[in-house]
Write a protein that binds this ligand. Structure first.
Ligand SMILES: Cc1cc2nc3c(=O)[nH]c(=O)nc-3n(C[C@H](O)[C@H](O)[C@H](O)COP(=O)(O)OP(=O)(O)OC[C@H]3O[C@@H](n4cnc5c(N)ncnc54)[C@H](O)[C@@H]3O)c2cc1C
Length: 381
């Protein structure tokens, strides 16, 4: 059987696409095969992102905040968000929600197999697993089969360990999320904590670094313990859940299309949807998914051509990443300067590729010119 679409990888990008197709009246009857080596039954990650309006996943939000704080050695600032809401979704709620919707569609099948190869002939995408071969008009791939090789020269790793902790007495303000706390020791690059309270007695505390190499697991643990004791002044707590992640922040070319394979479209991190300078991916997956669905509905090739403004944001990203990679400025200094001088809504608009040129100028003029100018020129060539 030849499917209309194969979705290779049932993670954030694969399932976001499946969801967007199934809630669309024109596309929901297409035959779809979803292939993943994993059953996606564990709560393997928590996504935070920001948006202005209610999004497609409003009913599974785990928590949301209209107030953020930014902390560093010389700044402690709280921001009331006017335009944006900062939101959190747990991986397991997202997977279950989409599997439940998909179970109502007979035209959608799932297999748990390891994909070994994806290729394309003139009108057909071919996906190979250990024991089977599947065909479709289009294959949407979010596995790392086509990822470019990265090096320590062109890629920083955003690596983090997060603990969901629970305390007996109510001590957290669950209306206020700490987006970045840079008061901690700067290990080998930008190093900060997220503190995301989800109730007066529970919070996700995440120790995060942008650096070339990951740490030994014991180091994350000891820094989390130190922070919880010293900064949050909590002695007794229960760890109810933990997560660990490594996200590439890369100048390497994660391509949306694969050479010679017009029917194979890379999505998610594999398709370059991860914002190079921040590691945020969830909201960019949603935007790109919408663009793909719009093209599919119009019977156009789903491969979205990158627009001029997106290219500009890509250049900003590459410039900021190059400044960090070349250690011209410390991440702590860059983010502290921005949060000191620019309202959080504008920073979020900028980091979400939604800012106006005027807002971008506001950000650029608050940062030291020379390091950004030389990196910016380098990234133009
Ligand atoms: C712990 C963690 C926390 C994160 N938090 C945030 C956050 O707060 N905000 C944000 O914007 N981003 C966050 N990210 C980054 C990003 O949003 C996620 O990594 C996101 O899941 C990327 O989506 P994806 O679909 O590209 O990849 P994935 O969600 O990883 O999906 C890829 C899928 O492909 C499958 N697969 C891979 N190889 C094969 C193969 N050979 N055969 C079969 N199946 C295969 C995998 O099993 C997986 O299900 C986080 C990442 C991690 C790891």
């Amino acid at each position: 059987m030849k499917y209309d679409y194969i979705i290779a990888g049932a993670g954030c990008a694969g399932l976001s696409l499946l969801h967007a197709i199934l809630i669309d009246e024109k596309l929901q009857n297409k035959t779809i095969l979803v292939v993943d080596k994993d059953q996606k039954k564990s709560n393997d990650r928590t996504w935070c992102f920001w948006e202005k309006e209610a999004g497609d996943f409003e009913q599974i939000l785990y928590h949301q905040w209209k107030k953020l704080q930014f902390l560093s050695s010389d700044i402690e600032k709280e921001f009331d968000l006017e335009k944006y809401t900062y939101k959190m979704i747990r991986g397991i709620d997202f997977y279950n929600h989409i599997f439940k919707i998909a179970s109502q569609f007979k035209n959608v099948s799932f297999v748990n197999e390891e994909i070994t190869h994806i290729s394309s002939t003139k009108n057909t995408g071919k996906l190979t697993t250990k024991n089977n071969e599947y065909e479709a008009n289009f294959i949407f791939n979010s596995t790392n089969l086509f990822n470019p090789k990265t090096t320590t020269e062109d890629t920083l790793l955003q690596h983090f360990k997060g603990w969901n902790i629970k305390v007996e007495k109510p001590i957290f303000n669950d209306k206020l999320a700490t987006l970045m706390d840079f008061r901690i020791q700067q290990k080998q690059g930008a190093t900060f904590m997220y503190v995301l309270p989800t109730s007066p007695t529970e919070a996700l505390i995440e120790y995060t670094l942008f650096s070339k190499e990951i740490l030994d697991q014991n180091e994350y643990i000891s820094e989390l313990k130190k922070y919880i004791n010293t900064y949050l002044r909590i002695d007794s707590y229960e760890i109810v859940h933990e997560e660990f992640g490594v996200i590439p922040m890369s100048l390497a070319n994660f391509k949306r299309s694969t050479e010679h394979a017009k029917n194979v479209i890379n999505i998610g991190t594999a398709g370059g949807f991860t914002k190079a300078s921040s590691g945020y991916t969830f909201q960019f997956i949603q935007k790109n998914t919408q663009a793909i669905v719009t093209n599919l509905k119009a019977d156009k090739n789903p491969l979205e051509t990158i627009k001029f403004r997106e290219r500009v944001f890509e250049w900003y990203d590459r410039t900021l990443l190059e400044v960090l990679l070349s250690e011209k400025l410390e991440g702590k200094e860059i983010f502290s300067t921005m949060f000191k001088k620019v309202p959080a809504d504008i920073i979020l608009a900028f980091l979400g590729n939604e800012s106006t040129i005027l807002e971008e100028l506001k950000i650029m003029t608050c940062l030291p010119l020379m390091p950004f100018l030389s990196s910016g020129i380098k990234q133009l060539t």
